[in-house]
Write a protein that binds this ligand. Structure first.
Ligand code: SF4
Ligand code: SF4
Length: 587
């Protein structure tokens, strides 16, 4: 058997391949993105980015109803977007196996909240598996497809950031053969969820969860490990690894299926240990259910409710000594920043100067809230900026209304922003929307989208025409600007903010990290002529990482600017800020 070192995400992709998966669909979102970036390497799987998670799940549902095995992946907050089809899919069940991966993000390494998506499995009444390493990511994915077909249910597979991104050894296997060929089979009673049919399916769903709970008692993925029985710990996922490290002698009940819980196995384990604990990240999901079974258990009284756990935090919770730290050396801080030459920088600089109230959105450009740009006032969820601008404008004075601007990226606009703009026009909101079109889904690592002109499989595809799209939604005032031209950016913003009708400004410069030929072209680097530099610091106000401050060295605050030629893309923005003509192209 071949072995490879794989991340959890790579292993899930491998598991889908081995399970005979035909279709993989997703909207990129950290920490889940690399799953589809790996399924695309298996030519047997049709892998595609969808414009949002709801569409991604609907594509997978269609593939499943057609009889093929389908994988759908998303980050935890993506499930909020896909929740509508998910809850009814629970009733219809599947034809081909359907696995929905939710990649949760305790500690919010790259997210706006740390919701615990185990609650979705309980809420939607579907089984959920939770792997604890890369080998399990692969095996559990395979098992999830089998359970999906055996129990006529979608199966959720939950990872967390540490599992998604950590690498460990995985034993590979062959792709299964002999699965039924997909074909169209009509079965309206199962697949058309009108009330009459849905009422019949609901008892099936309840019975299915009961059967799965009973089956969970003998599933190999729910594993009892008896050691010292004075302490027994119920745990799952990455927390299992932490418990083994922090409390190596404790007995454990490692749950591979976290919903539904295997009640009889939990009772047996509880009877075998003197003191029962649950160690789980985020919500007391297992703990509350164990307590509702009438079993005495300790959980969140000891274990933190917020953020990630670590072996150290578990040792602290149990009053154990921490091992001697090997090194206390601290790395220098590295705050997030837009890249040198980022086309968003000029827009936020202008918005700051105009004292705009900016309803923001999810993307690289959320960094516009950071100093020195400091030009974003809200950020709630994907696509929210436009609806929020409409809402703010409804309640503030006519004068303040002119300051309200919504800012949204191209991918986020296509994800769930279009509806907000439709509403803005429909309800005669006078706000201004800026669509930052950088031709890519940049924040998650440059994934293609319906405006980039390419599919995940790298096939050329239609590219959305934003001005035309906005026109079709009824926007009368549409301006396309070069965000590197500070004067134009500021004056167009000013004009449109004054307008008493909905207006849209579209920036048309690509992300500096787009590697596809001909999209972004780096210009010659700029340089500071030290003799002309007065040290006024105006060029520092755009926060370009290529510009450094070089102190004069005499102990005063004086100094000069310096441009790192390796970082500078030659975007020209800083030159426009220097009143002393000290910045120019390197000779
Ligand atoms: S804006 Fe010009 S003069 Fe002022 S610090 Fe920068 S390079 Fe020097
Ligand atoms: S031209 Fe100026 S603003 Fe643009 S990347 Fe270079 S240093 Fe940064």
């Amino acid at each position: 058997m071949n072995k490879e070192i794989l991340s959890g995400n790579e292993a899930i992709a491998r598991g889908a391949y081995e399970a005979g998966c035909r279709v993989a669909s997703a909207y990129p979102g950290t920490p889940s993105t690399e799953i589809l970036e790996n399924t695309v390497n298996y030519k047997e799987i049709d892998s595609a980015w969808a414009p949002n998670e709801k569409v991604a799940l609907e594509v997978a549902i269609g593939a499943s109803f057609g009889g093929g095995r389908a994988l759908c992946t998303m980050k935890h907050v993506g499930v909020n977007v896909a929740a509508d089809p998910l809850f009814t899919l629970s009733y219809t069940g599947v034809n081909g196996g359907l696995v929905l991966v939710t990649a949760d993000d305790p500690e919010m390494h790259s997210s706006q909240n740390e919701q615990d998506n185990r609650n979705y499995a309980k809420f939607a009444k579907v089984p959920m598996l939770e792997p604890a390493d890369s080998q399990e990511c692969k095996e559990f994915t395979r098992l999830a497809f089998e359970l999906s077909e055996q129990y006529d249910t979608p199966v959720m597979l939950r990872t967390t950031t540490r599992i998604s991104h950590s690498k460990s050894i995985v034993t590979l296997a062959e792709r299964v053969s002999g699965l039924a060929q997909p074909k169209l089979v009509k079965n309206a009673a199962k697949l058309v969820m009108l009330p009459g049919n849905a009422r019949v399916r609901h008892p099936f769903v309840e019975d299915r969860i009961k059967k799965l709970s009973e089956a969970g008692a003998t599933m190999a993925i729910n594993r009892r490990e008896l050691r010292d029985t004075s302490i027994g710990i119920i745990t799952s996922g990455v927390c299992y690894q932490y418990v083994r490290e922090a409390l190596p002698d404790a007995s454990t009940l490692k749950l591979g299926m976290v919903h539904p819980l295997p009640h009889s196995l939990i009772r047996e384990f509880a009877a075998q240990v003197d003191n029962l604990y649950v160690v789980e990240e985020l919500d007391p999901f297992i703990e509350e259910q164990v307590k509702s079974m009438g079993i005495a258990v300790t959980g969140k009284e000891l274990i933190p409710l917020c953020g990630e756990l670590t072996p150290g935090r578990i040792r602290s919770a149990f009053g154990l000594q921490q091992p001697q730290s090997v090194s206390e050396e601290k790395l220098p801080g590295r705050p997030p920043n837009m890249c040198p030459g980022c086309p968003h920088r000029g827009v936020f600089f202008a918005l700051n100067q105009l004292k705009a109230y900016v309803t923001g959105d999810i993307g690289c450009y959320t960094l516009g809230f950071m100093p020195p740009l400091s030009a974003m006032d809200t950020c709630v969820c994907m696509g929210a900026s436009i609806g929020m601008a409409t809402g703010v404008s409804k309640v503030v004075s006519a004068e303040e209304r002119k300051r309200v601007v919504a800012v949204i990226g191209d991918s986020t606009f296509l994800h769930t922003g279009i509806n907000g703009l439709m509403d803005m026009v429909y309800n005669n909101s006078p706000s201004t929307v800026v669509i930052l079109d950088n031709r890519i889904t940049a924040m998650t690592g440059r994934q293609d989208n319906p405006a980039s002109g390419f599919t995940l499989m790298d096939d050329p595809s239609h590219s959305i025409d934003f001005p035309l799209l906005c026109k079709s939604l009824g926007v009368k005032h549409i301006r396309v600007i070069n965000p590197f031209d500070l004067e134009q950016t500021k004056s167009v913003l000013q004009e449109e903010m004054e307008r008493s009708e909905t207006s849209v400004i579209i920036t048309d410069k690509p992300c500096v990290l787009v590697k596809r030929e001909g999209v972004f072209q780096k210009g010659p680097a700029y340089t500071v002529e030290v003799e002309r530099c007065t040290g006024c610091r105006a060029c520092l106000k755009i926060g370009c990482p290529a510009i450094e401050w070089r102190p004069s060295g005499d102990g005063s605050k004086k100094g000069t600017a310096f441009i790192d030629p390796l970082l500078c893309t030659g975007c020209d923005v800083c030159r426009q800020l220097c009143k002393f003509d000290a910045i120019g192209r390197a000779k």
